[in-house]
Design a protein around this ligand. Structure first.
Ligand SMILES: Cc1cc2nc3c(=O)[nH]c(=O)nc-3n(C[C@H](O)[C@H](O)[C@H](O)COP(=O)(O)OP(=O)(O)OC[C@H]3O[C@@H](n4cnc5c(N)ncnc54)[C@H](O)[C@@H]3O)c2cc1C
Length: 369
């Protein structure tokens, strides 16, 4: 089968890229070895928080802040084009300091962020408890960042695919891509059940990106970092915004759940939920919001975050395999970075390399790729 662009991987990055490309008029095929969002995306907490996750990594902070600014439009379009309701809220995040050293670090962070005119403020213990009465009394204070929010990453991925298929995009799931080779002026993508030929391939296979053979190109240095996340059934209105503690975070979801995340474990391609992971997250969550000891346990999810050696994503064209566009290695911020990544991928496919963000995301920083 031939088309304009094959996108490999239907996580949030592949889905957002496929949606963007189909909106720009390209004939797109989206492939996944499992199903939509089955990788890291289904496990994600969906928090949109550059000023927590980005803390000291300046280029990442720049990218993340740009992407957050695109989110209202991104979600509004996905809602309108798919008809999906989508749980997307910009309630802000409240980062809790449990001791004096954490409070000093957060107050310094507040000072730096305030200089960029981001809506944020330091709250005393009493102010935290006024805003979030369920938070433990045993704290020093909290750092509120108002523009932050969260989104349901799996539902968003499904909505993006629905929007793109309504424009003619073809989705093929359940057949892993094994090898991508040069085929005249085009690229050929071989799966277990068939082949696809296109001038451009977008490579968005997350943690598994190093496992797909690329004609004469070294494997991309992306490795899996396991994250476990719990779903608890909410008690009477326990929290109203994302609460971030030193060892876990809590996300209030619209359907009456609290998500508790997340572990970060370097254990290879092991997608198991573990007793230690569940215990550690429950203890940290209940230290922050003690009434969660009374919540019901709904389940646990696990996903493999695609990490690169410098923790920055890899977005750019291959020098070695013309036609290949990398969009992988988004590590802890793939959901947050999805709108910006999709826009960059759209530009790269159309030969526009002028965006300054691409300087920070070049694949070639890891060698001849
Ligand atoms: C517990 C947890 C919490 C997180 N919380 C947040 C958060 O709050 N905010 C945030 O922004 N990010 C968060 N992340 C990170 C975020 O989930 C990832 O950065 C993002 O999902 C990566 O998306 P992706 O599309 O690159 O990869 P994935 O979602 O892993 O998708 C890759 C896809 O490629 C497919 N694939 C693999 N091999 C092949 C093959 N050979 N052929 C075809 N298809 C293949 C897989 O099946 C998969 O569907 C979290 C991650 C975890 C695990």
């Amino acid at each position: 089968m031939s088309c304009d662009v094959v996108v490999v991987g239907a996580g949030i990055i592949g889905c957002a890229s496929a949606d963007e490309l189909s909106r720009r008029g390209h004939r797109v095929v989206l492939l996944d070895g499992r199903t939509i969002g089955a990788g890291a995306t289904q496990a994600s907490a969906g928090i949109l928080a550059p000023y927590i996750e980005g803390h000291d990594l300046t280029p990442l902070l720049e990218l993340a802040a740009r992407s957050l600014a695109m989110y209202d439009t991104f979600v509004a379009r996905a809602r309108a084009e798919s008809g999906a309701a989508l749980d997307y809220q910009r309630t802000g995040t409240l980062e809790i300091a449990l001791d004096l050293s954490q409070s000093a670090r957060l107050r310094e962070q507040e000072r730096r962020i305030r200089e960029s005119r981001i809506g944020c403020r330091w709250l005393s213990r009493a102010e935290v408890r006024d805003l979030e009465p369920a938070v433990s009394a045993d704290i020093e204070g909290g750092f509120l960042v108002e523009p932050h929010g969260f989104v349901s990453a799996l539902d968003l991925s499904l909505a993006l695919v629905k929007a793109a298929t309504s424009r003619g995009m073809v989705l093929a799931t359940g057949a892993p891509v094994r090898v991508i080779t040069q085929n005249g002026n085009a690229l050929r993508v071989d799966t277990d059940t068939g082949s696809f030929v296109a001038p451009t391939v977008v490579f968005a296979a997350g943690s598994w990106s190093g496992q797909i053979a690329l004609d004469g190109v070294a494997p991309i240095p992306v490795r899996p970092i396991r994250g476990q996340l719990l779903a608890l059934a909410r008690l009477t209105g326990s929290i109203g915004r994302v609460i971030w503690g030193p060892d876990c975070y809590l996300v209030p979801r619209a359907e009456g759940r609290v998500l508790v995340g997340a572990t970060a474990e370097d254990v290879g391609f092991d997608e198991r939920v573990t007793v230690t992971g569940v215990r550690d997250l429950l203890e940290s969550a209940c230290d922050l919001v003690p009434e969660l000891w009374q919540a019901s346990f709904e389940g646990a999810r696990v996903g493999l975050r695609p990490a690169t050696p410098d923790e920055m994503p890899i977005i750019g064209r291959s020098d070695k395999l013309p036609g290949l566009v990398y969009a992988t290695g988004h590590f802890r911020n793939g959901v947050l970075l999805a709108p910006l990544t999709a826009a960059l991928v759209g530009d790269l496919v159309e030969g526009n390399l002028s965006d300054a963000a691409l300087r920070h995301t070049r694949p070639q920083r890891f060698g001849e790729l």
